[in-house]
Design a protein around this ligand. Structure first.
Ligand SMILES: [Zn+2]
Length: 468
């Protein structure tokens, strides 16, 4: 080989090996860089992964805490509401109901507050005494005067309103005064109970010592045509809250909802003073039939006001709403007749009419309130020989109410009925108690000087006939 060629060959070899080294180096650098990049990327991926995990775990943990809290507040809410409900029952003297309410809570035995409340109710229950049901007064009203200016305007109706009716302010003051004096509203159905064998037996009303039971009723809850221009309520309705209230038609053709009569006013008072009612008792509403019921024109022969069959369904709903709210109904006869004066035939005919026209709206009714307070009998006990009584009893009437203000209370428990005298708390009664020092027919209930609307009423004329 030529030496030159040899050198060239060696030089070439060196060049080659240098190039190869270079390539190796570049390759390894690239490799190293690649690895590094991969590693960094991997770490990022890993980091990313772990951060997703922790977010999930955090959310889960957070959810668990929230669910726990929610469960706790739900539980606490249930607890609080049971305690509140029990407290309201106890306020209405239903201690057994209150204790039962507490016992419905599964943890009541290990809850100090529950046990404490239960003990307090048991103590209150033990301290109650039975009321003498033969000494329970019964007071009554008519629809309340809701617009003094329209009622005391000197027109033909003024004297009647002044004698037989009570203003809203007077009613509110009477209720407040009676509450202050320890009175508690009870139902006639608590005074005596009709057994399955057809005999009436004494009921048991258990109240704290010093509390005084009384019954309340309202006559002619019909919102008669003659009253509608004088600012009275026009009808009872179901309010937006599902509770009964009153509606009044206005001169411009519109109507307004408001507290225009006994039902919403007493309901409002009882909402704030549950201890004014014995176990949810409200009042008794006496209903006639000749101009419909509750302000609805449901009487087919009522030509004056016009019969509106479609109003029957509405009236039924209102009646159910009143019953659900604790109100009770009484027949005040279909035609507002004098039950003592008219013949037995007339009593039967009237009772049939009431049964066919009013009972379908109100449902079963076992209380009868005599119009004008006119009873079918003297103070002597009813017997089956009395044709009127026999017929009324067969129609399902077991509770009878007349008017008697000569005593604070008058109660007669027969073998098959309960009869009670009622005291009118109207303009006539209050005015004469107020102006005549020899008359005192109200002081056991309230102080008439604190109640009477002297600024509003003209002197109340003497009565020329019996009450309404
Ligand atoms: Zn009447």
């Amino acid at each position: 080989m030529d030496p030159y060629d040899k050198r060239e060959m060696l030089r070439d070899r060196r060049r080659k090996s240098r190039r190869q080294k270079k390539i190796k180096m570049i390759t390894s650098v690239i490799l190293a860089l690649g690895l590094l990049a991969g590693a960094v990327a991997g770490t990022v991926v890993l980091m990313k992964d772990s951060s997703i995990m922790s977010e999930k775990a955090q959310a889960k943990a957070k959810k668990e805490v929230e669910e726990g809290k929610e469960k706790e507040t739900k539980e606490e809410k249930k607890r609080k509401s049971l305690l509140k409900e029990a407290d309201r029952l106890a306020a209405m003297y239903d201690y057994a109901g209150a204790i039962e309410k507490l016992s419905s809570y599964e943890l009541s035995e290990s809850d100090a507050e529950f046990m404490q409340a239960k003990q307090a109710y048991e103590a209150s229950q033990a301290a109650c005494v039975p009321a003498d049901i033969t000494k329970i007064p019964h007071i009554f009203f008519h629809s309340l005067i809701a617009d003094n200016a329209k009622v005391f305007d000197g027109d033909a109706e003024e004297d009647g309103y002044n004698q037989y009716m009570t203003t809203i302010d007077e009613f509110n003051r009477i209720i407040q005064e009676m509450y202050n004096n320890g009175f508690v509203l009870v139902s006639m159905h608590d005074m005596a109970v009709m057994g399955e064998d057809g005999t009436m037996s004494k009921g048991q009303i258990m109240l704290p010592e010093g509390k005084k039971p009384f019954v309340l009723s309202v006559d002619d809850v019909n919102y008669y045509n003659y009253m509608l221009d004088d600012g009275f309520a026009s009808r009872l309705v179901v309010g937006e809250d599902g509770k009964p209230t009153t509606e009044r038609d206005l001169e411009n053709g519109e109507s307004e909802i408001g507290d225009f009569d006994v039902v919403p006013l007493l309901d409002k008072f009882l909402e704030e003073h549950p201890d004014f009612s014995y176990r949810g008792a409200k009042g008794i509403l006496g209903i006639t039939g000749y101009e419909g019921a509750l302000g609805y024109r449901t009487c087919p022969t009522d030509d004056k006001n016009g019969y509106d069959e479609s109003q029957i369904e509405t009236a039924k709903k209102v009646a159910q709403c009143l019953k659900d709210d604790g109100w009770e109904f009484a027949s005040h006869t279909w035609g507002h007749i004098r039950m003592g004066t008219v013949s037995a035939e007339k009593v039967k005919e009237d009772a049939d009419k009431w049964e066919s026209q009013v009972k379908p709206i109100l449902g079963d009714v076992d209380i009868l309130i005599y119009p004008y307070g006119e009873d079918i009998n003297s103070f002597r006990k009813y017997t089956m020989e009395n044709e009127k009584f026999a017929y009324l009893k067969a129609k399902g009437f077991y509770y009878y109410c007349n008017v008697d203000s000569s005593n604070p209370s008058w109660v007669q428990l027969g073998t098959d009925y309960l009869r009670q005298g009622r005291r009118n708390l109207d303009g006539y009664r209050m005015y004469h108690d107020l102006i005549d020092d020899s008359v005192d027919k109200l002081s056991d209930l309230f102080d008439v000087t604190k109640v009477y609307d002297a600024q509003v009423r003209p002197p109340v004329p003497a009565l020329t006939g019996p009450g309404k």
